[in-house]
Design a protein around this ligand. Sequence first.
Ligand code: E4P
Length: 227
Amino acid sequence: MELYIDDANVNEIRRLIDIYPIDGVTTNPSILAKTGSNPVEVLKEIRTILGPESRIFAQTIPMDADGMIRDAHALVTLLGKHTVVKIPSIPEGFKAIRELSQQGLTTCGTVVYTPMQAYLAAKAGAAYVAPYINRIDNMGFDGVETVKKIQMILNLHQFKTKILAASFKNSQQVLDLCAFGIKAATCAPSVIDGFVKNAAIDSAVQDFLKDFSKIAPNSASIADLIG
Ligand code: E4P
């Protein structure tokens, strides 16, 4: 499963890519707004941090297909070929996705709340569709089950489109979808930090350290002990 950071805070991005096997960064206009900075400058800085090969997902702003297509080309020119252009899965968005995929750009049908939106974005040629798990839960439906249904539809119709599961509130939702074979997930830093936040793990690691110090009290590592 591809794993993305759903955030535009450059310090958090640096911290997380240093530790975890991360495939890139996803953004949307609200995530960029949280930085309080010029969105173009923030996206450029994220590209510099990630290097040219990792994926950045960035969203178009206009509500009409022509404007979406114009923004899509501007984003790819700015951020390079490993840019996935996020387009809202609305009627004008399907038109933009279809034209952009014919032009060879990689798109993600975003703002997906229903399986029908995902089906239409996939049929239009989107490389990814992004259902919003937590927001679907908040509407009184089951976000994880909705994503599973979308995956079944994509499989049945033999679309190559990957699901980019988004809007998680906890690591269990991520694990449920990982176990179901979802191809990509994007998570806020707090959710990523929660992946291995577990008192039993911390305690086991501390026990190993304590036991080692009993037999090598003056060494903090095997390398120290060997000298
Ligand atoms: C990512 O593609 C989505 O824009 C994002 O995950 C939405 O997350 P939120 O529901 O926490 O705003």
